[in-house]
Design a protein around this ligand. Structure first.
Ligand code: SF4
Length: 508
């Protein structure tokens, strides 16, 4: 591979993460590589807004006079974007501007004389030169962000541009969205110029080129081997991960204790004597693994059988938008958008209820009111890891004075199945994880409650965000909403089946 092939910022990012990944990308299987960043405007993007106009809308609120370069997808695209950026700069369009003019080039493309191409999220006018920003939909930056800003600054300098400041534009969590598309103030600027000197970019670029010419680097030893690296199979990583997460792993008793057990020459829990463990919970887990069966202590069934009817099984889903979409809300504010509930007036009487927000504005009041209506005035409400549901109920009570009494009354009826299971049960298939998904996968595998899928989207939050964008046909929107409702119902059904199983003295 000739070393004259242009380098991009993605090459440097890959090389910094793992030299082998860059080498494989260039030398072995370029077709396996991840697609290019969707748009340099939204590097560090919130996946909810990929290909979504509001990202552009938010930047335009800060830079109302901005021009935007189309993200290059191929050689021709790069050539055009670089030429357009040069033309803009040559006309002095930024040089003559004041900082508050709101002039900027969004997605400015530059190529240095060392053959390095970059697309800079924001190149804006400053009092004494250009201001350069990486936009990140997050509250803090990462080391990789600093590396990238250092590279952009290096390339801009090699292109003869005078850069006054370089930094990040991060989400300001104090911002309250006033509505009507007014996003001015969503971002806060973080200056990075003082720390860029610690990034030896020129040295890195020499390293990247040398790596391309050298032999195949060895497989990385650390935790860098994870998605989105497209070479996990090529490097044999999945099998190594499975080994680490198997049911007999010492980690199921906690990492600290596992380290001590390793010092005592154990390689997994199969050789661990129960009296080496400090409490009932860990003894139960190890006993379950050693005996190859799930354990549900009789106390769990006794506690559940003592509870009256009507009974309710509840799951909630929430979303936190980096860029708030409902007036009066803040970035990352936890917004409940869906609840599902299995209501049982008696053991054999089941009714399924659900609420799923539409695109018609802030859903919280309708969410709260419908929840109160369905849950009525008495009966236990089963939830898993119920601190989550309790906190949402408290937030709703704070937001709506007139509903606060009814909401607080729900709080006192919640029975946390997580606490109950942790005190009295363990399934080897949990592999030490007490997450909702691990729990239902182990105790109610037939329910499929740990999986959401709609046309390739595997996150319910992402699907819900898509449902708000107005870009789907009526049929597609109906199908997506049905998928979300069915997913919620699978979750409540799984919890209900587990309760029944525990009452009967076994897993569901
Ligand atoms: S799987 Fe690991 S070793 Fe292989 S290229 Fe990716 S990061 Fe590097």
């Amino acid at each position: 591979m000739p070393s004259t092939t242009p380098l991009t910022q993605d090459d440097l990012t890959r090389w910094r993460a793992c030299p082998r990944r860059h080498w494989l990308q260039r030398r072995v299987a370029p077709s396996e590589s991840a697609p290019p960043a969707p748009c340099a405007l939204i590097n560090g993007f919130d996946p909810h807004f990929t290909d979504h106009a509001p990202t552009d809308q938010t930047l335009r609120a800060t830079f109302p006079e901005a021009v935007c370069m189309a993200p290059p997808r191929d050689e021709e695209g790069w050539a055009k974007a670089i030429a357009d950026t040069r033309a803009c700069l040559a006309q002095g369009w930024l040089a003559g501007a004041r900082q508050d003019d709101g002039r900027a080039i969004l997605g400015a493309c530059l190529e240095s004389n060392e053959g390095v191409r970059v697309q800079i999220d924001v190149l804006a006018a400053g009092e004494h030169g250009l201001r350069l920003f990486k936009v990140r939909h997050a509250t803090v930056g990462t080391d990789a962000d600093v590396d990238l800003v250092a590279l952009w600054t290096h390339v801009a300098a090699r292109c003869g541009l005078r850069v006054q400041s370089a930094g990040l534009m991060l989400i300001d969590t104090d911002f309250v969205y006033p509505g009507l598309g007014c996003y001015a103030g969503l971002y806060r600027e973080v200056e990075l110029m003082p720390v860029l000197g610690s990034r030896p970019v020129a040295q890195w670029l020499v390293g990247v080129r040398a790596s391309e010419r050298g032999p195949e680097p060895p497989v990385a030893e650390s935790d860098v081997c994870q998605a989105p690296c497209p070479f996990l199979n090529h490097c044999g990583i999945p099998s190594r991960r499975v080994e680490r997460e198997q049911a007999t792993s010492l980690n199921i008793v906690g990492r600290e204790l596992a380290a001590t057990l390793r010092e005592h020459a154990h390689i997994n829990v199969m050789s661990v004597a129960l009296d080496e463990l400090p409490d009932q919970r860990r003894r139960r887990a190890v006993r379950a693994v050693q005996q190859g069966r799930c354990i549900v202590e009789p106390e769990a069934g006794a506690l559940l059988r003592a509870l009256p009817y009507p009974r309710y099984t509840l799951r909630m889903d929430t979303i936190g938008f980096a860029q708030p979409i409902w007036a009066g809300t803040r970035p990352y504010q936890i917004m409940p958008f869906q609840w599902t509930c299995d209501a049982q007036a008696a053991p054999a009487q089941l009714q399924q209820h659900a609420f799923l927000a539409t695109e018609q504005g802030d859903p919280r009041r309708a969410f709260a009111q419908s929840l109160i209506d369905v849950l009525g005035g008495s009966g236990p409400i089963f939830a898993y890891n119920a601190g989550f549901e309790r906190n949402r109920i408290k937030e709703l009570a704070l937001a709506f004075d007139d509903l606060a009494g009814a909401l607080h009354a729900l709080d006192t009826r919640i029975v946390d199945l997580f606490q109950l299971a942790r005190a009295h049960a363990y399934h080897p298939d949990m592999c030490g994880s007490w997450s909702f998904h691990s729990f239902v996968r182990a105790f109610a595998p037939q329910s499929n409650a740990d999986r959401f899928e709609w046309r390739g989207i595997t996150e319910a939050q992402e699907a819900f965000a898509l449902s708000l964008q107005g870009s789907l046909s009526r049929d597609a929107l109906d199908s997506l909403r049905q998928a979300l409702l069915a997913y919620g119902q699978r979750q409540t059904e799984a919890l209900r089946l587990i309760v029944q199983g525990f009452e009967a003295g076994a897993g569901a």
